[in-house]
Unconditional design. Structure first.
Length: 328
């Protein structure tokens, strides 16, 4: 009888050992990913591609559910939920991340970078790597990647803008982060913090006089209906970050972490290139719809003015450090 019990115990132990890896492999993870853009935006399509590839690569072990138009909530609230460990992701920018790690805000400052290739160089910057580590270790925000370049931002207004002084007196919508606010102020306008979804009614009601966005945002938000001039200042190359909870990320199996990061980078780079290709088409379409493009911009004057934003925020040294590392 004793031998029978020992034999049974051994059999049970063997069964547990044999099935434990299978049980672990079958554990499922879900990431609910939020962004503020509409379903017709190139980014939304890119995020769906990212989600599909992650699901396929992990055999369904990691599912990314994409929510457009801020369906899960406004960006700032989502970021706080992420910091608390929620299985939520957010498309954001270094301007907002600068609320936690001050220096990283330079990546969304005036004339920080000009091309997709510049952004690729930033990924190897020791200074930037340090900021990313600090976000994860001290603030619970895991950067998955920042290979998503949404294009050059320009001022869209109801009067032509060629020099910084042409923005005097204009209330321009910006996201509610210090680098955005100070950048727009340094460039000559009065910044007004406002959620993305509030811009169209804000323009209709004249709570704001203009916006600063990338070309592809304009038809998606129908802003050409309420704004006449596209002023190609190219004042910010919009580098977007995909962030998740550091606590949630660490719970993922290593292979899932790798899949999430690598497929994020791949989809981001593809989407960035597609946006560059689409910008020319969007520009031509909006001109046909009556929007006037102002291209004879004094870029050097705007660059000189924009430097003031870094000085006001005390991040000029951070800006210069990354610029040096990009040129190596």
């Amino acid at each position: 009888m004793k031998t029978s019990k020992l034999g049974m115990a051994a059999a049970v132990a063997a069964l547990v050992a044999a099935t434990a890896p299978d049980a672990l492999a079958q554990e499922r993870f879900t990431l609910r990913f939020n962004h503020v853009l509409g379903p017709s935006e190139p980014y939304h399509q890119g995020f769906q591609t990212w989600a599909q590839r992650v699901r396929e690569r992990t055999n369904g072990g990691l599912t990314v559910q994409v929510f457009h138009s801020a369906q899960l909530g406004v960006e700032e609230d989502i970021i706080e939920q992420i910091r608390q460990g929620a299985n939520i992701g957010q498309n954001t920018d270094s301007a907002r991340l600068g609320n936690y790690v001050k220096g990283i805000a330079v990546m969304n400052g005036p004339y920080f970078a000009e091309t997709i290739e510049d952004v690729a160089k930033v990924a190897d910057s020791p200074t930037v790597k340090g900021w990313v580590a600090e976000l994860a270790n001290q603030h619970g925000l895991q950067v998955v990647c920042f290979d998503w370049v949404q294009g050059q931002r320009h001022f869209f207004t109801n009067r032509p803008v060629r020099r910084p002084e042409d923005l005097a007196g204009l209330r321009i919508r910006t996201p509610p982060a210090p680098i955005w606010q100070e950048s727009i102020r340094a460039l000559g306008a009065a910044p007004v913090a406002m959620a993305f979804g509030e811009m169209y009614p804000g323009l209709q009601q004249r709570a704001i006089d203009g916006v600063e966005l990338v070309w592809n945002n304009i038809p998606a938000g129908r802003f050409n209906e309420v704004l006449r001039y596209a002023n190609e200042t190219r004042h910010i190359l919009l580098i977007n970050f995909q962030v998740v909870s550091a606590r949630w990320f660490q719970r993922l199996p290593g292979a899932f972490q790798t899949a999430l990061v690598e497929e994020c980078r791949k989809a981001g780079q593809e989407t960035s290139r597609r946006i560059v290709e689409l910008e020319g088409q969007v520009r031509a379409q909006l001109q046909q719809r009556g929007m006037t493009v102002v291209s004879d911009i004094d870029i050097e004057a705007f660059k000189r003015a924009g430097a003031r934003a870094y000085e006001v925020l005390g991040i000029t040294d951070a800006f210069q450090a990354v610029q040096r590392e990009m040129r190596r």
